[in-house]
Design a protein around this ligand. Structure first.
Ligand code: PDD
Length: 285
């Protein structure tokens, strides 16, 4: 079935949804994106994603091309028209199309706005949550503004391929001997019932799932430390896991071939996954 895709004000069949070859997203990766999940036909944490989108655009001297309410209406219409029960909504905003020049195009150049959906039946019941991910580590060779959610995803993509080639599921990145994050998720370890995840800064994306999970953990009286941790500390941890809008809370059972804890998904990750899914479904719009 052909999806309905949103492009610059129009809802079109995906075959007719097109952007210019001069688009700066295509030529310069001059754009930002968001991925928001849908469960039971409702959107999870729309507000969090909208706030981060506005921040990403602002950091690149771009404005928000529409109001938050209009953006929510587009999300909702795509969910309805594409009959998304469980899935993802991808949004991308670029600086628009202009003759190729490193300098930004003149003020008033229309931005390109694209949204599409991906249906993922049973997204919340991913079998991997019962098995856990195997990760490898790679040096973090990305630029230094990873807090801006830009579409420069080649290095994370290479990381996933390196993981695949090594018989693993994903890669964690290391900078100055400390884990930064996963290729498309935030990284955590658990030691003596304390949840440890890297502090916010330019070195990682400020995950919307991360913010929610840390809030729920605190409400459940779980101990949280926001600080960096090394590969050795991660390999000696009781548990490890990642969070993202597409995987929620996902256990990690092996790092660079070494089992974490018992080598099976741990109780803290399982509990956080359950709380996150319950609370997010309740608040979904
Ligand atoms: N990735 N870190 C990186 C580098 C990411 O790309 C992502 C999200 C996250 C988690 O952020 P959030 O909890 O807001 O999804 C952390 C999305 C899912 C993607 O690129 O598909």
């Amino acid at each position: 079935m052909s999806r309905t895709v949103y492009v610059n004000g129009d809802f079109l069949p995906e075959e007719d949804a097109k952007v210019s070859v001069f688009d700066r997203g295509f030529l310069f990766a001059d754009g930002v994106y968001e991925v928001t999940s849908v469960l039971g036909g409702k959107i999870l944490d729309f507000e969090g994603h909208a706030v981060r989108l506005e921040r990403s655009l602002g950091e690149l001297d771009m404005g928000m091309p529409m109001s938050r309410d209009e953006l929510l209406d587009i999300h909702r219409r795509l969910v309805t028209e594409n009959e998304i029960e469980d899935g993802l909504i991808y949004l991308q905003i670029t600086r628009g199309a202009a003759d190729r020049d490193f300098a930004y195009p003149p003020e008033g150049t229309p931005q390109t706005v694209v949204l599409f959906t991906q249906t993922k039946p049973g997204l919340a019941d991913a079998p991997m949550a019962k098995v856990g991910l195997k990760v490898i580590t790679i040096p973090d060779l990305r630029w230094d503004r990873r807090d801006i959610k830009t579409v420069q995803l080649l290095y994370p993509s290479m990381g996933k391929m390196a993981a695949k080639a090594a018989g693993a599921d994903d890669a964690w990145m290391i900078e100055d001997d400390m884990i930064t994050e996963g290729t498309s998720n935030n990284a955590y370890i658990v030691k003596d019932n304390t949840i440890i995840t890297r502090h916010l800064g330019h070195e990682i994306l400020h995950g919307i799932t991360r913010a929610a999970v840390l809030r729920f953990a605190a409400e459940a009286q779980m101990k949280v430390e926001e600080r960096s941790f090394s590969l050795a500390e991660a390999q000696a941890a009781d548990e490890a896991f990642v969070t993202s809008a597409s995987t929620f809370v996902m256990p990690v059972v092996q790092i660079d071939g070494q089992a974490v804890g018992e080598g099976t998904p741990g109780p803290v990750a399982a509990r956080l996954r359950e709380i996150y899914l319950d609370e997010s479904r309740k608040a979904a719009v």
